[in-house]
Design a protein around this ligand. Sequence first.
Ligand code: BGC
Length: 367
Amino acid sequence: MKKILLATTAVMAVAALGLTGCASDGGGRGGETGGESASGFAADSLIGVALPDKTSENWVLAGGLFEDGLAEAGFEGDVQYAGASNAVADQQQQISTMVTNGAKVIIIGAKDGAQLGTQVAEARDAGAVVIAYDRLILNSDAVDYYVAFDNFKVGQLQGQALLDGLAAKFPDKTSYNVELFSGSSDDANAPVFFEGAMDILQPKIDDGTLVVVSGQTDIKQTATDGWKPENAQKRMDTIMQGSYQGTTVDGVLSPNDTLARAIITSVTDAGQADLPIVTGQDSEAASIPLIMSGQQYSTIYKDTRELVATAIEMAQDLQKGDEPATTTETDNGNVEVPTLYLEPVIVTKENAAEAYANNPELLALTK
Ligand code: BGC
């Protein structure tokens, strides 16, 4: 908790400085990677971006933003997505090819954060700097930087939104029937979101305010393989059939918007007319209208434009031979990775217009 607060304060400090010249004491290891970043590298160097399969809108957006942003910065960009089938092997291959092609920085949104050890070691050996993007790369000392929205904070905001939504919708109830969903077990973010949410929800489960009628509270039970909506919908169908005959579900912790919509479909299909409070994440175009009409309670705004721009700024710093700004460190099971966390924003119907004020496309969806 303390670390999170420190990180939050630091993020604000960096934001105030306009993200310039504020390297942490811990510093990155960019300077140690073959001595490259001490003197920088050519301004038109190859920068590789390896993204996972398109499990949510943010990943689709990121690809285009990286292509445009890297070109604008004068780099040669190579943006690749792992294919939907065989995604892990695909991504491993794509990263190896980027190393072979002489990429100076490789920005990676991992498909499976635990399966890239060999590839990032290859990158380190070749003198390329590895930046983990949005998802941490685990169990390797060859990860130089991590840039993401604070994932634990995302989970806490989701947990708090669920409680707030329940209290507002059911002012007369003293206990609520809820169900819990988490993300894909191969995504390093999934347990962090869930732990953040449970940090808020567990005390309320313990004191009986929240009743998980299915009894499924373990992350192994709540996980959604591949972040696939059909898997969430199937699990919710089974829960509705098994645990909600003759009673209603009041709230559902959903880790993102894609799964939230699948869960809402399942509850509707099961014949429950009054929809539960359902959380989300990503501010997807398909979910914002549902939030405005009261079908989905909340989402999280993680501005992809800001995350991509920050990753590109890191590459620009490295190009100049400067140390990218970081605000904290994140343990990846092997080393403390110098990390820059951005602040996620909780969005409900009440603050949507304000939250999306800087984003005309999202703002238009609130009207
Ligand atoms: C991202 C979320 C996204 C999920 C599924 C996570 O790693 O942080 O924003 O909803 O992947 O794509």
